[in-house]
Design a protein around this ligand. Structure first.
Ligand code: SAH
Length: 267
């Protein structure tokens, strides 16, 4: 509600209950038994929680509705400098993360996790992977947790991927410098589907992709802005007509912008 700034948001982080517990204890995330867990093997554990520490995903993290366990790859490295990479076999630019070193980190990540990959997927973030989508976010949210391996440089020695039967998943058809941003994006999409993370449970049912369509346009007050009005039907209070309008707009946008999704729906 844009015009009622005095009304506090129900999901604000500052809205904590009055308590006598010291501040440092209050900030310890709560541990809920059986909470969804993300283990991230990364050379940059300090990149986490990143944006996942903000807003609804951050609040859910504080509440213990899910847990984030970065596993630093560096200590698994060798020698004085804890080296984790080496030059690519066959030549070429860049460095490749070593199989033996990634393997040790993955063994650590596997401790106490179920062997069934449906319950605990092990994923390498990779531009060669299957594109991430809402269906996958739903599958992951239904699991107990996940292990995500973030690559850097030219990537990871293929043998460790084969040895573990790791699935590769891509954020999209572009190349990032590391898997951390992709991991955060995919975790954000997944965590918001966990029970109780979003205040309004209905909001995940109506949004883009949930039924193979893009979402209809959204409006809020002021009703007239820069000469532009909110479509009259949305102000009519007529729920049947509003639903019909939204549906038609969803279909129009999907057909226009995403013929691939539109074809899949019709097919
Ligand atoms: N040489 C590789 C790219 C390496 S980019 C190739 O051409 O396929 C370095 C790391 O960034 C990768 O190991 C991967 O973990 C991550 N990364 C890059 N692009 C990504 C994408 N689109 N989706 C997910 N992870 C990506």
């Amino acid at each position: 509600m844009a015009e009622t700034p005095e009304k506090p948001k129900s999901h604000g982080r500052l809205k904590v209950q009055v308590t006598a517990v010291p501040r440092d204890l209050m900030e310890e995330p709560r541990h809920i038994k059986g909470a969804w867990v993300a283990r991230i093997v990364t050379l940059f554990p300090e990149a986490f929680p990143g944006t996942l520490g903000l807003s609804l995903t951050g609040k859910a993290l504080d509440q213990g509705l899910w847990r984030l366990e970065p596993i630093d790859l560096r200590p698994f490295g060798e020698g004085k400098h804890r080296t984790v990479d080496d030059t690519p076999a066959g030549g070429g630019a860049g460095m490749v993360l070593r199989a033996d070193i990634v393997h040790r980190a993955l063994r650590q990540a596997a401790i106490g996790t179920p062997a069934d990959r449906a319950r605990w997927p092990i994923v390498y973030l990779s531009p060669r992977g299957k594109p991430f989508d809402q269906a996958r976010a739903r599958d992951w949210a239904a699991a107990d947790g996940i292990t995500l391996l973030c690559g850097r440089f030219e990537g990871v020695d293929q043998r460790v991927l084969d040895h573990w039967g790791i699935e590769e998943v891509s954020l999209g058809d572009f190349v990032l410098t590391g898997g951390e941003i992709a991991a955060q994006a995919m975790l954000d999409a997944t965590v918001r589907l966990l029970p109780n993370v979003l205040g309004n449970a209905a909001s995940t049912e109506e949004e883009s992709f949930s039924d193979g369509l893009l979402e209809h346009p959204q409006f809020t007050r002021p009703t007239l802005w820069e000469g532009r009005e909110i479509p009259a039907v949305l102000m009519s209070g007529h729920h049947g007509q509003i639903a019909k309008w939204r549906r038609a707009e969803s279909e129009r946008l999907t057909a226009e912008r995403r013929p691939d999704l539109w074809e899949k729906r019709k097919g």
